[in-house]
Ligand binder design. Structure first.
Ligand code: MIG
Length: 683
């Protein structure tokens, strides 16, 4: 059951696509203080809070303060309160509580989840204009399904986007990209795509490329496709201020950029220098920008990533001017140390200033709306712009798209990557924890920068991170400019890394099938253990293992120099200890606590007793994988697996038509039109 309560004048965010009429009367569970408004709720000692999508800290979000305010938090850590996304959906779970709450509010929201007072959750809206949805159901799964139903079916990428993608900020030419591909192919390291970062653009101008470094984009794409590789260029939110640049000229002429209160164009500096910001919230401007993707689609590009769309602002001319004034005042003075530190901070605080976000306006639904009121929609509507542009270009074909900033609603148009993580072991674990939370909020196509974005990775960290990435729909190795080179072939352990990739490609039939079934059914592909074992008090507290699909649990190693880890099995499970797709042990294990040995080149997957999953022979790119010749893995006598498959490109996602059931009877697996072998242990 879903009830909606309105406060102030809620915005039409488009997050919810089904009609839920507003209820009168009191909001259940929360005490509402109309000033704010502020919603408070007493927390029992054992209550758990799930949700909030892309965020720091635990799967259980209790004990911290989070702020929904899409932020370019390049150096985030445990104390960070805002990341790139705002996903305002929470699940409250405890003795007297089982409900979901979605705060549809595109401005700043504060979630004080037992931070100020450990026994209380207090949620405050800065706008005061919002719709609150309270969802009650029989189980956590049921509540999420109801929520996912009202926010609409999540984005589905082409099948090739489930392949391994190599990326780096700094790939600057046609020759360099070809070299990256060649190094992979020569060593038979599987690969399906290469992300092209801002370095391809002419002066960081969207929809342009440097002619001297990319003399023939069409030819390059053709040659790459011969190698079964797709190039995936980046598009940034800011448009360079430069007369003669078509995007600038057209946008200014048509009035499609965000404006200041006096009607002049708002300027903020990002990579291209002084830039203007397309008003993605305006239908015409959104369509106009979206159509420009055609310029790259026509050269053979089939997917994009969108960046800087919080939007990030390195500075505004006004902010910079003020900083100079402030700094000037200090000149020639005998500076005390406090004043000295204040001086040091002046330029450090020029970026992403709250007052700058209050200084420009949108034309949203025919109304002038100040940016800070709708800040968290900007990336979402940029994603929508790109998705609609690509759909208009080729309505029958899927395209790859993932964004940095997002809000619930964006999940229908594209995926997200988890932002600029750091090459830290703690971030490997943090990225695991985000997976179920993101799924709850509708974001299914997601993954983190494997190996870590900022700072230098280490060989073992990349290897262990790949062992997590094997399971994430978006599997991309990405690193920042100036950091240690992070392509697999740079490392001594490349053979082990390659072997881990063979596991990914062998598992593709399973991963794709589970992704599609979860996405089409409004379910989570990744879940906290509590979703599947509701009565199990130990499972409720597990923060470093998550359920994957209907049959499996994952528990990656996330500590340096570890040669294994502890796991908690909430039921009997079969451990598959993979070294490669062709080399693995099957170890039946009983419910309970276990130490599992895992050498650096080994990764675990747990299959629930009584279940079977398909394993293919793998391949070097997605289309090279035979989805019909499968080995069934499991610990069972009688079992069934529903395998979803389709052409990977079109949009006929008929669950029933595209699913075949593989049954196991007396240890023998049977399925129509499939060649099946068994690696099944008798129960
Ligand atoms: O200010 O395009 O998160 O993935 O490599 C940095 C350069 C801009 C941030 C993205 C990152 C990308 C980088 N970008």
């Amino acid at each position: 059951m879903i009830r909606r309560y309105d406060f102030g004048m809620p915005m039409e965010t488009g997050a919810v696509v089904e009609t839920v009429s507003p209820s009168q009367g009191d909001v259940p569970f929360f005490t509402v203080d109309k000033l704010g408004p502020r919603f408070s709720l007493a927390l029992g000692a054992d209550d758990v809070i799930f949700g909030l999508g892309e965020n720091v800290r635990g799967i259980n979000k209790r004990g911290h303060i989070y702020r929904s305010w899409n932020s370019d938090e390049f150096a985030h850590h445990e104390n960070t309160r805002s990341l790139y996304a705002s996903h305002n959906f929470l699940l409250f779970y405890g003795e007297d509580k089982l409900f979901g709450a979605f705060f549809d509010d595109p401005g700043a929201l504060e979630f004080d989840l037992g931070y100020t007072d450990a026994r209380q959750a207090v949620i405050t809206s800065e706008n005061g204009d919002l719709s609150l949805y309270i969802i009650q159901g029989d189980s956590l799964t049921d509540i999420v399904e109801q929520f996912r139903k009202i926010i609409g079916v999540s984005y589905i990428p082409p099948k090739w986007a489930f392949g391994y993608i190599q990326s780096r900020w700094g790939y600057a030419s046609d020759a360099e990209l070809r070299k990256v591909v060649k190094e992979h192919r020569e060593r038979h390291i599987p690969l399906d795509g290469v992300c092209v970062d801002i370095d391809y653009m002419q002066d960081y101008k969207d929809f342009t490329w440097k002619p001297e470094s990319f003399p023939d984009m069409t030819q390059l794409n053709q040659d790459m496709k011969q190698e079964h590789i797709r190039l995936i260029p980046i598009i940034d939110a800011g448009v360079k201020e430069q007369e003669g640049y078509f995007l600038y000229d057209e946008g200014v002429e048509k009035g499609y950029f965000c404006k200041k209160e006096d009607g002049s164009n708002f300027i903020g500096a990002v990579w291209p220098g002084r830039s203007l910001f397309p008003d993605f919230l305006n239908d015409d401007a959104r369509r106009w920008f979206g159509e420009k993707y055609r310029l790259l689609l026509e050269t053979g590009i089939e997917g994009f990533w969108n960046d800087m769309n919080e939007p990030a602002l390195f500075y505004t001319p006004e902010g910079l001017e003020k900083a100079f004034d402030e700094a000037e005042k200090a000149r020639g003075q005998n500076l005390g140390i406090d004043a000295f530190f204040a001086l040091k901070d002046i330029f450090g605080q020029v970026a992403n200033k709250p007052e700058d976000y209050r200084s420009f306006w949108h034309d949203f639904g025919g109304k002038k709306v100040r940016h800070d009121k709708v800040h968290n929609l900007y990336g979402y509507f940029m994603t929508r712009s790109a998705a609609e542009g690509m759909e208009a270009y080729n309505p029958d074909k899927r395209h790859l798209l993932f964004s940095r900033a997002s809000y619930v609603g964006a999940h229908r148009y594209g995926g997200v990557w988890q932002g600029d993580n750091t090459s830290w072991w703690s971030h490997l674990l943090m990225n695991l924890k985000m997976l179920p939370s993101l799924n709850m909020c509708g974001f299914m196509y997601t993954g983190a920068d494997l190996g870590g974005f900022s700072n230098n990775t280490t060989e073992d960290l990349l290897l262990r991170w790949l062992q997590l990435g094997v399971f994430t729909p978006l599997m991309r190795n990405h690193a920042a400019l100036g950091t240690r080179e992070q392509e697999i072939y740079r490392f001594g352990m490349q053979e082990d890394m390659k072997n881990i990739l063979t596991v990914r490609y062998a598992l593709l039939p399973y991963l794709y099938s589970e992704f599609m079934k979860a996405t089409l059914g409004g379910k989570c592909m990744f879940r906290p253990l509590a979703f599947d074992y509701p009565g199990d008090k130990r499972a409720l507290r597990v923060e470093d293992q998550v359920m994957l699909g209907s049959e499996c649990m994952i528990a990656p190693v996330y500590e340096q120099n570890a040669r294994g880890r502890y796991v908690y099995l909430p039921e009997d499970m079969l451990l598959v200890r993979f070294r490669s797709a062709a080399d693995y042990d099957l170890v039946p294990m009983e419910k309970g606590n276990h130490w599992i040995d895992l050498q650096l080149n080994e990764m675990p997957l747990f299959i629930r007793k009584g279940c079977i999953i398909p394993l293919s022979r793998g391949g070097e790119w997605v289309d090279d994988v035979d989805f019909r010749s499968l080995t069934m893995l499991g610990w069972a006598d009688e079992a069934a697996y529903a395998l979803y498959d389709d052409d990977g490109m079109g949009k006929n996602y008929d669950l029933e038509k595209n699913t075949r059931v593989i049954t196991l009877r007396g240890g023998e697996a049977v399925g129509d039109g499939l060649t099946l072998k068994n690696a099944v242990l008798k129960a």
